[in-house]
Design a protein around this ligand. Structure first.
Ligand code: AP5
Length: 215
């Protein structure tokens, strides 16, 4: 079976993580978030995590060589043999080239790039209301509240707000996205693998639109 890699593209707060988790359950492929991988490294106090923190706190991208190496290591694990849902990677043209090579070396292909198109005004509101658990499950005070305040429905862990969800950092992350990542939309459109979905809809409607695109 050819391994299939699905790429979630979109601005900070567009809903990549939320949708990737649901797709992961539906398609039976692991959800690989580069941001979560960095946060795991940071939690474990590794050198890579401490280095990445300097960039993440400022809302800047972690250098390509470090990011590509980390994602490569993760994709080489056994649970990714049929492919993966990639969330937050690639984010630069160099990372996009890298995932083409990685996918082909692992006997697979980039099946679709799933772009969540969200109005910029909604992004800050979504991120300022976001709460997460240490395992990466995502909630929102208004749009997706946990059953019990401050506690993850799935694993019972305490929820927290991300350091880089402060308003100034969010605004800088959006600028970095527009400059460095948004050009990948045209890159995947030219390759014929782009599927653009209206990400302003509710969580379940966005998921249905994505599933229709995947077919
Ligand atoms: P990362 O963790 O990848 O953050 P991001 O891309 O900025 O994306 P977010 O996780 O903030 O948002 P999301 O689109 O996943 O939205 P979510 O589903 O949570 O990266 C963090 C940092 O790590 C980067 O700044 C960089 O420093 C570094 N990094 C990571 N990858 C890198 C790479 N490849 N190269 C270099 N550096 C890298 O949803 C947001 C909120 O909205 C939630 O509360 C959710 O409940 C709610 N919500 C979601 N969908 C809907 C909806 N349809 N309607 C209403 N509410 C919704």
């Amino acid at each position: 079976m050819t391994a299939r890699y699905y790429i979630m593209l979109g601005a900070p707060g567009a809903g990549k993580g939320t949708q990737a988790k649901k797709l992961s359950d539906k398609l039976g492929l692991p959800h690989i978030s580069s941001g979560d991988l960095f946060r795991h490294h940071l939690g474990a106090g590794t050198e890579l995590g401490l280095m990445a923190k300097k960039y993440m706190d400022r809302g800047e991208l972690v250098p390509d060589d470090v990011t590509i190496g980390m994602v490569r290591d993760r994709l080489e694990k056994e649970d990714c043999e049929d492919g993966a849902i990639l969330d937050g990677f690639p984010r630069t043209p160099a990372q996009a080239e890298a995932i083409e090579d990685l996918a082909s070396n692992l006997g697979g292909e980039v099946a679709r790039a799933l772009y969540l198109d969200v109005d910029k005004a909604l992004l800050v509101e979504r991120l300022s209301g976001r709460w997460m658990c240490p395992e990466g499950h995502v909630y929102h005070t208004v749009y997706h509240p946990p059953k019990k305040d401050g506690v993850c429905d799935i694993d019972g862990l305490e929820l927290f707000q991300r350091e880089d969800d402060k308003k100034e950092t969010v605004e800088h992350r959006i600028t970095v996205y527009l400059e460095q990542t948004a050009p990948l939309i045209a890159y995947y459109r030219d390759k014929g693998t782009l599927a653009a979905v209206d990400g302003d809809q509710g969580i379940e409607q966005v998921q249905q639109s994505l599933l229709q695109e995947i077919g």
